[in-house]
Design a binder for this molecule. Structure first.
Ligand code: ADP
Ligand code: MG
Length: 441
């Protein structure tokens, strides 16, 4: 058996793994990016909201005397109770030292807050964003906004509830968690898939090995069987001849000739068998050369014609243009022709006709040479035809069943293909397509 290389697709699990890792990386980075964008967007929306409120409050504060009466007409309290803007936790106005001039909670008016950011906002005239925790435990978003009221620098502090924004962030977190969960599930599924692929590969390998062993077993039994019979005859006749004296041998020269004939025939048969076996088992080495197909066919037919197996009345003809050349391995091609023509000759009876043809075919896929061997012999039923190419399959008492298996192997080594069309009792056409070929000149 030619050493078959291990060609099972080890690449499939690897590419699956690469796809999986890439998909995971893309999904994780995409999700994280989206999450960060959402966080940024909610922060921005809080800033814009706070700034918008601060700017419009600044306008309304500019027209008032401050500090107003603590109890009467607290605009900040009114804004919150009226719900003019949504989401305000509290509003306060400080002077540069941190004294509360106005507050939506009246109880806090007049108090001093120790917060250095108030002083710096008043001094720089730039708004500052911050966050703080209220007495209720709620975290709020803070804007310290500088306002200029009648020559005095004041700081408007605006606190916004963050729970609407937090809801958005929580939803994004939940989404992220579910995406990660899906990824984990995907990985677990891929693990099982890969394991299944690996198992099926192992199974395939053991099956191929079993098949190989079965074929080897079949080969051994065929060999034992095929060699035993001719060997028995050879031994028997050789012993017979040995036991006869030379005097007697002369008397029985006719009989001796017959026995010697059997010895030669059986030895030849063993020779064929071992040659076929070697041809089938040996790895094919292709040595291409440019050759005339017509010459090769003539040579093959001439070689087969005198053989006793050809029977009487069989005509083997070829119809091959003289200028048809092909670059291929001459010996292999001859072996192919010999096997196929021999089969055709074996298949035909009296008045059998075997016709060999060759020509250029420019079928899609490149220029090729088509060789056909057609006979009007016994043909093959579909079930028989299906097995014809299998090694050791034969319907002949003295066949090896290796002929077509060798043909298939050689044709494949030459880069071509074999096709058999056959009909029981009508005949058979063996069609061989080889790459290349051209008309000379
Ligand atoms: N041209 C043909 N016509 C009919 N049957 C054929 C032909 N060629 C092959 N076969 C069938 O295929 C079988 C296998 O052929 P092959 O592999 O050459 O082995 P063998 O010639 O030793 O039997 C033959 O025994 C025969 O039954
Ligand atoms: Mg044969």
């Amino acid at each position: 058996m030619p050493g078959k290389k291990d060609t099972y697709p080890k690449k499939a699990p690897l590419s699956l793994l690469i796809i999986l890792v890439a998909a995971t990386a893309v999904t994780v980075s995409g999700t994280l990016l989206q999450y960060r964008q959402i966080i940024g967007a909610t922060e921005d929306s809080l800033k814009f909201q706070a700034l918008g409120i601060a700017v419009s409050l600044e306008a309304s504060l500019k027209g008032r005397d401050l500090p107003p009466d603590a109890t009467a007409g607290n605009v900040f309290r009114d804004i919150i109770t009226e719900g003019r803007w949504e989401g305000i936790a509290f509003l306060a106005l400080y002077d540069r030292r941190g004294t509360t001039l106005l507050h939506s909670n009246e109880n806090l008016i007049g108090r001093r807050v120790e917060d250095p950011s108030i002083g710096s906002v008043a001094a720089d005239g730039m708004p500052v964003y911050d966050s703080m925790t209220l007495g209720t435990g709620e975290r709020v978003f803070i804007l310290n906004f500088p306002v200029h009221i009648r020559k005095d620098e004041r700081v408007l502090r605006l606190a916004l509830h963050t729970y609407p924004a937090e809801r958005v962030v929580r939803r994004a977190q939940l989404q992220m968690a579910s995406i990660f969960a899906v990824l984990v599930i995907l990985w677990i599924m891929s693990y099982f898939l890969l394991r299944a692929v690996k198992r099926s590969e192992e199974l395939k390998r053991t099956m191929a090995e079993r098949e190989r062993l079965a074929l080897l077993g079949e080969m051994s039994s065929v060999l034992a069987h095929e060699i035993r019979n001719p060997l028995g005859s050879i031994k028997g006749f050789a012993q017979f001849l040995l036991e006869r004296g030379s005097a007697q041998r002369e008397q029985e020269s006719e009989m001796t000739g017959e026995y010697l004939g059997v010895i030669v025939a059986e030895s030849e048969r063993l020779e064929t068998l071992t040659e076929d076996l070697l041809l089938y088992a040996k790895p094919v080495e292709v040595r291409p050369q440019t050759l005339s197909l017509r010459e090769l066919a003539e040579e093959s037919i001439a070689f087969l014609h005198p053989s006793p197996a050809s029977g009487n009345g069989v005509t083997v003809q070829h119809f091959i243009p003289p200028d048809l050349v092909i670059t291929s391995d001459r010996d292999k091609l001859k072996q192919i022709l010999l096997n196929v023509i021999q089969n055709a000759m074996d298949a035909v009876g009296e008045d059998g006709r075997v016709e060999v043809r060759a020509g250029i075919s420019d079928a899609p896929g490149g220029v090729g040479t088509v060789i056909t061997v057609e006979d009007n012999g016994c043909g093959m039923a579909p079930a028989l035809q299906a097995r014809a190419l299998s090694p050791f399959f034969t319907t002949k008492t003295r066949g090896t069943g290796l002929g077509l298996a060798i043909v298939e192997k050689l044709v494949q080594a030459l880069g071509g293909s074999v096709e058999i069309r056959s009909e029981a009792r009508k005949g058979t056409t063996v069609r061989i397509v080889l790459p290349g070929g051209q008309k000379e000149g």
